[in-house]
Design a protein. Structure first.
Length: 236
């Protein structure tokens, strides 16, 4: 039997209780989404609150205190989607907001869900500067980083690597090498969608593509991904 879990989506409403997706992680992008997403959190719909690098210039005064308060009130909430994006403006603000959220994750012992596009050198530089003050668990969504650094990412940052249906649909040699290099107990799949109607098809694209690349049956792979998902949501 195939088990579906969604490690990264942006679904914020109209959740169908009869969906075959056994668990999902819903990520905020903007401050305005925090309250609504918090109300959706339960044992099936896990929630991340954070500021996406595309929206760092839309913050209100005291946004970090607001985020801290919501996280303290809701101990199961994670932090995300946060990160760096070379192809969007305000790189200095991106870094400041990212570091603030990473420090918050460390102080409150929360997992972080990372967006990193074209900025891996800066991302690694910031991690090195943070030293031991890094979150105990990190998920990189739509992973597109350096294959050679995967073992180090796991050892130093307890990192998990998520792949989307879109990545597998436009499959290339780089994606194949990353999937093959990620250990089975560190791999996740995601829909990265805003609508539940598209969620299952996107997850299936990712599952089928990874199954073929790793030469593992979909049943066995989905069970492994489910176990990985459980560890992430339990901050293990």
């Amino acid at each position: 039997m195939i088990i579906y879990t969604d490690s990264h989506c942006h679904i914020t409403a109209n959740l169908n209780k009869s969906t075959p997706v056994l668990g999902r992680i819903c990520n905020a992008c903007q401050e305005s989404q925090w309250e609504q997403l918090t109300s959706l959190a339960n044992d099936k719909n896990f929630v991340c609150l954070g500021i996406h690098p595309w929206f760092v210039n839309d913050l209100s005064a005291g946004w970090d205190k607001k985020l801290y308060t919501l996280l303290v009130k809701n101990p199961k909430l994670m932090i995300g989607e946060i990160g760096l994006d070379k192809y969007h403006p305000w790189p200095d603000i991106q870094e400041t907001v990212f570091i603030t959220q990473m420090e918050l994750a460390y102080n409150l012992n929360r997992p972080v869900h990372i967006h990193c596009v074209g900025a891996w050198e800066r991302f690694l530089h910031i991690l090195k500067e943070l030293g031991t003050r890094v979150p105990l668990l990190t998920v990189v969504h739509s992973f597109n980083g350096d294959v050679a650094k995967i073992p180090d990412f796991i050892k130093k940052y307890n990192m998990y690597f998520s792949f989307s249906g879109k990545q597998l649909e436009r499959f290339d040699s780089g994606t194949a090498k990353r999937i093959q290099a990620v250990p089975n107990n560190r791999i996740l799949i995601e829909s990265d969608t805003e609508t539940e109607s598209k969620e299952l098809s996107e997850l299936n694209k990712a599952l089928v593509g990874i199954s073929k690349t790793k030469e593992i049956s979909q049943d066995v792979l989905s069970e492994q991904i489910y176990q990985n998902f459980q560890r992430v949501t339990q901050n293990d």
